[in-house]
Design a protein. Structure first.
Length: 236
C-alpha cells in the first residue's frame, strides 16, 4: 500500500476482532484514513489503538458500546449512533458522532475531544480526568458525577444530579438543568469562557439552547473531617 493512501474496509459479516485486526493491518500498512462500511452496531470497535496518532477512521453506520475506548490519538468519526461508554478511558484524539450516544459517554476520559451532535445518555463524563466532551443535544441523569478535570459542554438540557460530587472539572449547560448535584454551584461563564464555547461549538455547527450556565464544585466535600460532619450531611 502507498504511504498515506486512504483505504476501505467492508465489515459486513466480520466479527469485532476481525474488524479491529484488519483495521490495524491497514493503518500499520500506511493508510492515513480508513472508511469502515457496514459496522453493524458491533461493540468495542477501534479500541486500544495506541500507535496511530492522527490516523482517521470513519464508521459509515451505527456502532455499539465502547467505540474508540482506550485510544490514543486516533481521529474517529461515526456517521450514525453510538452505544454506551463511547470514548471511555481515551487518552488523546477525537471522536465525532453524528447521531446520539448511550450512557457513560466519555467516562474516565483523560484527554482529547469527544463530540456527540445529538443526545447522550445518563452519566456522561463521569470520573473524567481530562479532555473535553461536547453534547449537541441533552444529557441524562448524573452527568459529570465525580468529574475531576474534564470539561463537559451540554448545548441542551441536563438531567438531575448534574455535576454531583465533582472535583476540578467544569460543566457548561446551554439549556435547563433539572437539578444540580451535591456540592456544586452555578454561575455565569466568564467572557473568555463564552468565547471558547462559541469557537468550540461553532466549529461543529452547534449552539446552546439558551443562555450558558457554568457549574463547578463548591469544594465542601473534598476533604472529610468528622468535626465538620454537618457540612457533609447538609451537602448530601
Amino acid at each position: 500500500m502507498d504511504t498515506l493512501a486512504p483505504a476501505t474496509l467492508d465489515a459486513h459479516g466480520l466479527s469485532t476482532r476481525e474488524i479491529n485486526e484488519r483495521l490495524r493491518e491497514l493503518l500499520d500498512g500506511g493508510a492515513a484514513s480508513v472508511d469502515v462500511l457496514h459496522p453493524g452496531s458491533r461493540h468495542s470497535l477501534a479500541v486500544g489503538f495506541l500507535d496511530h496518532p492522527g490516523a482517521a477512521v470513519r464508521f459509515h453506520g451505527d456502532v455499539g458500546y465502547f467505540c474508540g475506548g482506550l485510544s490514543d490519538g486516533l481521529d474517529v468519526a461515526v456517521d450514525g449512533n453510538a452505544g454506551w461508554s463511547l470514548g471511555a478511558d481515551m487518552m488523546d484524539g477525537t471522536i465525532v458522532v453524528g447521531g446520539n450516544s448511550g450512557s457513560s459517554t466519555g467516562a474516565s476520559m483523560r484527554g482529547g475531544l469527544v463530540v456527540v451532535r445529538g443526545d447522550a445518555g445518563a452519566r456522561s463524563a463521569i470520573a473524567g480526568k481530562g479532555g473535553t466532551l461536547v453534547i449537541g443535544g441533552s444529557t441524562g441523569y448524573m452527568s459529570g458525577f465525580m468529574n475531576q478535570r474534564t470539561r463537559l459542554v451540554v448545548c441542551g438540557d441536563a438531567g438531575p444530579g448534574f455535576g454531583d460530587s465533582m472535583y476540578e472539572g467544569e460543566l457548561f449547560c446551554g439549556g435547563h438543568i433539572a437539578e444540580l448535584g451535591s456540592d456544586t454551584v452555578c454561575q455565569p461563564p466568564s467572557p473568555e469562557e463564552l468565547a471558547w464555547l462559541a469557537d468550540l461549538c461553532g466549529a461543529h455547527g452547534l449552539a446552546p439552547a439558551g443562555e450558558w450556565q457554568k457549574v463547578r464544585s463548591a469544594g465542601r466535600l473534598w476533604r472529610y473531617d468528622k468535626k465538620e460532619f454537618s457540612i457533609w450531611r447538609d451537602a448530601l
